[in-house]
Design a binder for this molecule. Sequence first.
Ligand code: ADP
Length: 472
Amino acid sequence: MRNNLSQTPLQAEILLCFIFFTIIFAGVLWVMQIVLPERIYRSNTIRELQQLADNLSSIYENGDVLEFKEALEFVSRDSYVCISVYKSNGRYVYSCDVMNYHCLLHGAHSMVREFSNELRKSSTGEICMTVYDQELQMDTVVIGKVLGSGDEVSGYLFMNAILKQSGTNTRAQKQLIIIASLILLIIGSIISFIVSRMLSVPIARITESAKRMAKGDYNTKFEGGSCLEVDELATALTYAEHEISKADMMQRDLIANVSHDLRTPLTMLKAYAEMIRDLSGDNPVKREAHLKIIIDETDRLAALVNDILDLSKLENGSQKLETQQIDVSAWLSDIIQRYKGVSEQMGYHISFTPDESCMVECDAAKMERVVCNLINNAINYTGEDKQVFVSQINTEDAVRIEVRDTGQGIEPDKIKKIFDKYYRSENHKREVVGTGLGLSIVKAILKLHNFSFGVHSKLGEGSVFWFELRKS
Ligand code: ADP
């Protein structure tokens, strides 16, 4: 069981999820709108400046001074870059300043000396530096390039440009993202509060009902909510409540029935044993009769206890199927043959109509119990003609076995209950020895095999109990 302290209420969980989502959303927006465009812009600007420096270097090497000067001015104006060119001896040659001495190549803040030193040290003949301009309070880029062909150095070219995205107010953008995130957070919190209440209120109601049900109140109502899952939960719990109340009632009936069914034979046993002791002990005929009753009642008691044990074993899954291939016609004929002696002695007639020989896979011992229980019932409940009919009907994928009697039949409202444990019709005759568990055992065995089964009955005409053995 989870510790209550580590659990968060549903409302808080939904709210936390939403806050988490808002933070992620704001983060993604920030990266997409601020960080990435700035980085892309910077690397594009630097690449463009390097390209321009290469072009200017080529023009310089051509030796056309006028063309070089024009190119310098054009690049400077067009790309808003400060440019300075020096001879190899450090003498200043050309310069274009578009920032009115605010760049790092001109005026009092000129850092040309430092850049020249860096360029001389560079093995590639090029430098590219990002420098923060204190005066402009902005990041700038400085490109330096050695001019000249081969190893011969004829001069140095320096370019300085501001690294700031033109036409974009990133500060305003940042503020907008913060405001948008806050609005999202407020609206989202309100929505998540409403949604979580819609979910948690019915769940809390259902929890209260479940607690009442646990205390034994099976009339508790489970009300759903506006959400499908909660509705399904309420329906499932209503069903569970119905089933639990049925099981509870059945348990009570069971105790009542078992105690009643045990008490009757036990009372009889005691009464007849006392009779033998006090009255019939010396009278062999009476003693025999009383002893017979004691033996019959002991059998009845033993049968009841065995049925209870068998059924509980079948139902709790401790009995596994031991399947084998059987020939249905031969198997049924054998069972019915064994009945013949006893039943014919008592005037009953069991007829068997087989179909073609057919193999099926099942637990033969358990299925024999099914057939015997059905035949026993048919004998017990058949009509005055004392006829019982067993038929084998082969279908495409199964072998159907029917056990028919000619008795009173079963009332439609009782037919659903006869497979229930301990159900016995109120009007069953005392001489019909039964425990009320026969059909429950039949049902448990057939369910274990996954075989279909059922009953048809017509009042005054009799009943047909059937089941189908699936062909292997
Ligand atoms: P039992 O026969 O020991 O009472 P069962 O579980 O075998 O218990 O049967 C439950 C009830 O079903 C019986 O009490 C009886 O009312 C009814 N029943 C079973 N078989 C038949 C039948 N062939 N004809 C009419 N009623 C039957």
